[in-house]
Ligand binder design. Structure first.
Ligand SMILES: Cc1ncc(COP(=O)(O)O)c(C=O)c1O
Length: 349
């Protein structure tokens, strides 16, 4: 209802791109996260790519990230002309391992992109420490972590800048593509506002640098403003479903995601040795749809053939085993017990 009203109001308004709805959402989202600036853009991938450019990262630079993520994370590195360096994950959090990051730093390293995979916080305190020591920029990939936190402090506020996606399936998602960058850096925020708009200053029609057309539209912003106040409640539901899975699946021959109180369970990914057979059985015999995130690892995608690839034993072990169970409250509420029972049946010898 509220969303319908927001859509109708936008359609009848004189603004479709970068208008008052975008400004209002930017202010609300920045306040929600406790950061100074939010810059709405056209997608999460653009949020990452524009930020790397805004940070001055480009040809000759290396950017350290994980290979166990969505392609968009590392596509952004290619877009600014830099080279991805894939380092291993921590096998418990499944996020980038700070020790592997430290081992992968060279004289060409310019930035680190930790991904809060599946809504689980990466070890930001340790990563910021390492980055500070080596003078590196940190860009948090928060595409799966809206509302996640570490000791009550929101993700998105740890790095020098953070990128969010509002793709429809995200914990906070619109009805199309959009994204945002948040930062406490005044200069970077101003640069990003210009980069998203042909390299122009908002009120001028002169391009002072090479820029992009990457703006959040009013429709997405209006819808996201309606949904933002419900984000925490949705995340609480996801945590409750995760707890239920955790209880019901305890003792089975599979690995569960870490039980982190700050996680927001964008996905609930179990690891099981015969993942494809389990997924097939759940679908064909019980009608339960699951998803695979992420296999193959990015270092096996042709697009990243020129990336630097460190030893990835934990990522390579986990990637063929991960299976995401339904966790979206609209799909999983009331069904987690049945799904867990079906898994139990499917994997018992
Ligand atoms: C971890 C991660 N990074 C980046 C992106 C890219 O976001 P978008 O699809 O909005 O470009 C996604 C989205 O799917 C993602 O999950």
């Amino acid at each position: 209802m509220e969303v319908d009203r927001a859509i109708a109001n936008t359609v009848s308004s004189p603004h479709y791109i970068l208008g008052p709805a975008v400004e209002s959402f930017e202010a609300d989202f920045a306040a929600y996260l406790g950061v100074k600036h939010c810059v709405g853009v056209a997608s999460g991938t653009d949020a990452l790519a524009l930020t790397l450019r805004g940070m001055g990262i480009g040809a000759g630079d290396e950017v350290i990230t994980t290979a166990l993520t969505f392609s968009g994370t590392a596509q952004a590195i290619l877009h600014c002309g830099a080279r991805p360096r894939f380092v291993d994950i921590d096998p418990i959090s499944r996020c980038i391992d700070p020790a592997a990051v430290e081992a992968g730093i060279t004289s060409r390293t310019a930035a680190i992109i930790p991904v809060h995979l599946f809504g689980h916080p990466a070890n930001m305190l340790r990563l910021m420490d390492i980055a500070g020591h080596h003078g590196l920029a940190v860009l948090e990939d928060c595409a799966q972590a809206h509302g996640a936190s570490i000791d009550g402090r929101m993700l998105g506020g740890f790095g020098h800048a953070s990128a969010f996606s509002f793709y429809p399936t995200k914990n906070l998602g619109g009805i199309g593509d959009s994204g945002a960058i948040v930062t406490n850096d005044d200069l970077l925020a101003a640069r990003l506002r210009s980069l998203r708009h042909y390299g122009m200053k908002d009120s001028q029609r002169i391009s002072s640098t090479m820029g992009f057309n990457s703006r959040m539209d009013e429709l997405q912003a209006a819808i996201l403003s309606v949904l933002l106040p419900h984000l925490d409640a949705g995340n609480i539901e996801r945590r409750a479903l995760a707890d239920e899975y955790r209880r019901e699946l305890a003792g089975l021959d599979l690995l569960l995601p870490p039980d982190d109180p700050g996680a927001v369970y964008h996905q609930f990914a179990i690891a099981y040795k015969d993942r494809d057979r389990l997924a097939h059985l759940l679908q064909s015999e019980m009608g339960i749809g699951t998803s695979v995130h992420y296999h193959p690892l990015l270092n096996h995608h042709p697009a990243f053939k020129d990336a630097i690839v460190d030893q990835l034993p934990h990522s390579e072990w986990l990637s063929p085993r991960l299976l995401s169970l339904p966790i979206q409250p609209e799909v999983a509420a009331g069904n987690a017990g049945i799904i867990a029972e079906s898994i139990d049946k499917a994997i018992k010898p």
